[in-house]
Write a protein that binds this ligand. Sequence first.
Ligand SMILES: NC(=O)c1ccc[n+]([C@@H]2O[C@H](COP(=O)([O-])OP(=O)(O)OC[C@H]3O[C@@H](n4cnc5c(N)ncnc54)[C@H](O)[C@@H]3O)[C@@H](O)[C@H]2O)c1
Length: 429
Amino acid sequence: MIEDLHNKNKKIAVVGLGYVGLPLALEFAKKFSVIGFDINAARVALMNNHIDPSEELDKSAFDGCDIVFSSNPDDLKQAQFFVVAVPTPIDSHNVPDLKPLLSATDLVGKALKKGDYVVYESTVYPGATEEDCLPILEKNSGLKFGVDFKLGYSPERINPGDKEKTLTNIQKIVSGCDEEALETIASVYGSILKNGLFKASSIRVAEAAKIIENTQRDINIALMNELSMLFRKMGIDTNEVIEAASTKWNFYKVTPGLVGGHCIGVDPYYLTYKASTLKHFTKLITAGREINDGMPNYIANLIIKDINAAGKVLKNSRVLVLGATFKENVSDVRNSKVFDIISALRSFSIDVTLLDPYASKEEVERQYKFPLSEKAEGKYDVIVLATKHKQYMNLSEDYFRSLSNEPFIFYDIKGIYRNTFKDCKYFSL
Ligand SMILES: NC(=O)c1ccc[n+]([C@@H]2O[C@H](COP(=O)([O-])OP(=O)(O)OC[C@H]3O[C@@H](n4cnc5c(N)ncnc54)[C@H](O)[C@@H]3O)[C@@H](O)[C@H]2O)c1
């Protein structure tokens, strides 16, 4: 396989060209001949013009790449090594929604030939590749797994907005259905990685490793969020406690905050779901999710109390929210917890103005039916600094005060101006 890929007798197809799939497809296309497939024809049209719809890569990332973008499933038949990187979201009941994964598998299964490889990159619960995807591949291709085609799993660790820990700079986990598959998959990925790879002993181990990376982070943040709520009642500054505790060599420094996005706040639900099918009911993981999902309401309630304490009527009082995306310096608003704060405030008829230098107006309106404003207008009763965008990092207390009614109430969720702003009612977690 690897020789045929190198001399371009065989092709790689990357299925799903989002935050994960596009950078991967382009990296492969520096070494191999690649088909970049996505069901979304509008996104494919942008990529054909060397535009990354996720706005992570600039045009130069497409330079010198041997890649054809397509939304025609027939084109997948030209490939022999398939990589699947489609979304794995949850539904409104926090249950894994495998529809994109299974429909991508359906297409790959129809294109599968003897000798082909399929590697999944989408984050899933342990067992999904072999229990949910494999039967579809066998059924649609009429081929026998392990004999006619091989399977692997290689989770992505890409971190949108991070220009240092990029796909090729980090160590990547690979796994295969047998020794031969592992070695082949390792050699394909090894061709593009600078810091090597880790060969997991099985597909399930690799799936589980990915899911616990994010679950561990979710629980650690939940612990700090719980402590932040407790210490507020005790009149103790959580940040000062964390600073002090961090002087111990084995204290793991994590700060409280909103857990949004499509990884940390979503992946643990894949694990809890799988556990429930095995009649194992997770306690710690579930508690962590509950705490983190409850933070927007906790913050909104404090804002409401502060408006009330200032002697103002909630109805039509004005709140300015700065930052709509789930993390700093990216345009991604999916599963951003900022909107949960906004909807809690709006349920009290509070008037909210939302600004963000990165988020797309259309995307915010489409996903949240809420307008993204161009600029602040007039004065506000509370200012909420929700996302640590670089544009918000070096502003003065006077600047924010100029946007505020009296009293000046400032919610600095990420604690950017902690210990700096002196003359306001200041909040940070
Ligand atoms: N974004 C991250 O930071 C990140 C990091 C690690 C792992 N992951 C995981 O990687 C996977 C992909 O995430 P993402 O952020 O790249 O998603 P994304 O939403 O950015 O992109 C997914 C792409 O897949 C396409 N798609 C959807 N269904 C398809 C189908 N049936 N066939 C072909 N294309 C299809 C969409 O049109 C879209 O272009 C998920 O499982 C995610 O959990 C994401």
